[in-house]
Design a binder for this molecule. Sequence first.
Ligand code: LLP
Length: 441
Amino acid sequence: MDNKRSCLGVNDQNRLTIGGADVAELAKAFGTPCYIMDENKIRSNLREFACSLKRHYPEKSRIAYASKAFSCAHIYSICDQEGVCADVASGGELYTAMKGRFPANNIYFHGNNKTSTELRYAINLGVRCIVADHADEIRQISAIGKELGKTLNIGLRLKPGVEAHTHEFIQTGKTDSKFGADIASGEALALVKEILEAENVKLTTVHCHIGSQIFEAEPFGLAAMIMMKFMAQVKEELGYKIPELNLGGGFGIYYSGDDSPKEIADITKAISHFVIKAGNELHMPLPELVLEPGRSIVGPAGITVYKIGAVKNIPGGKTYLSVDGGMGDNIRHALYGATYEATLLEGASNERTEIVSIAGRYCESGDFICRDILLQPAKAGDLLAVLDTGAYNYSMASHYNRVPKPPVVMVSNGNPFVVVRKESWEDVAKFDNVIATRGRS
Ligand code: LLP
């Protein structure tokens, strides 16, 4: 396998390996479809982010793994062992983090509409920071703090007016994002004022997240400058020094074709440089710096293995391989037109000469995992791996057509273990109530 996929290899039987384990053997042991992830790769990505940020940024810095990319109890225990923080976006992710025995005081709690139950749960656990989205949330947090006689750390999600997508970014005067408060219109400054005047809350962080699967450094530079200017304005106009700047995540990975991700060390170097430069230009001391990578930690560490059930040659030249999974375990092609590469497990180093589309098993004509990709010649019964599926695949899985979700198997130093067990039909129906039908005896 190519070097951008360092956790994958091909063994001397010409079969695909992940983290040193033979994927065909794993498929035999755990069945298909199956998500498989290399724990060592996840750990080395986390370490590389944290260490290189420390190397390049002279003030305190932290990595908070954006756990929406892949959330299960085990990932939080990996994060804890690697000494990083976590970002959660719901009570369910927070609960899962607790199940993984993750320390609450290393958690940033995000969301544009947290329920009061979620806020209370997070506050009772003592999370590090609740990143507030709007005025009502600030009032709710302050009221809960007052009731409990505690001062709660609060962050503020801001819209710097920079929006980045895979190959482009734009700066707009005002963004219409549903997340956070707008800087340009003065909304953000008014909210900071409100936090500073509120009781039982302390503003510790300003946060932004400008998009996902971004390859260029420049949008982060622009966002860093706008955020730092805002922090300088708060100091000047309200006399308050905000201690921490959180620039979110969004760092792109290789899926296919022209995707051109940066090395982790180059990302942290570029962002550090942008913040330092902004600090120099604005004559302000550097804040503590937080980054929240999600996809770039887990995406390249995962594959999904399927069995081909049928090969269909469609008039017009297309070849469809129907597999035993699809949009229920990987919605990204159907939802975003996302692209992937794939390989057969057997003969993994053989040249990929056929153009095929991988069709799912769900009742939806858009149910494809990828279209028109190169693959080795395949037949019914072959096993294949779709690559780089570690992020936003399991975490966005559904029960459409009441298909049970596949298991997640982690490989560590060549040894596999199940971190999320395979679901059954019984699992899928377990919340259903059967109400006795009226009028029938
Ligand atoms: N921080 C915040 C506040 C976020 O909202 C996100 C992602 C991240 C960090 C992590 O971003 P990453 O490094 O993973 O790009 N479902 C989409 C991606 C949605 C990203 C949402 N927010 C997908 O499958 O491409």
